[in-house]
Design a binder for this molecule. Structure first.
Ligand SMILES: [Zn+2]
Length: 74
């Protein structure tokens, strides 16, 4: 019974990952002036949409945790 549950979870996870991969033309930067409001996390430097960024002390971060940690070594 437990094995079946694990199988179901794995299948659901696989379907989710495939669907996610299919609709992922996310990071398309078509030259200067046409960026889709991507901002860089001040802690780890990852690019993310402005709408998803956390604002803290005048800097932008990818997650609540990085906002708490503050600017990184980079
Ligand atoms: Zn970050």
């Amino acid at each position: 019974m437990g094995r079946l549950l694990v199988l179901v979870v794995l299948v659901v996870l696989a379907v989710w990952l495939i669907r996610r991969a299919l609709r992922a033309p996310t990071e398309r930067i078509d030259g200067p002036g046409k960026t889709e409001d991507l901002v860089r996390c001040a802690h780890c430097g990852v690019l993310l949409p402005r709408a998803e960024a956390r604002d803290a002390a005048g800097a932008l971060y990818c997650t609540e945790e990085h906002a708490r940690l503050g600017p990184g070594p980079r």
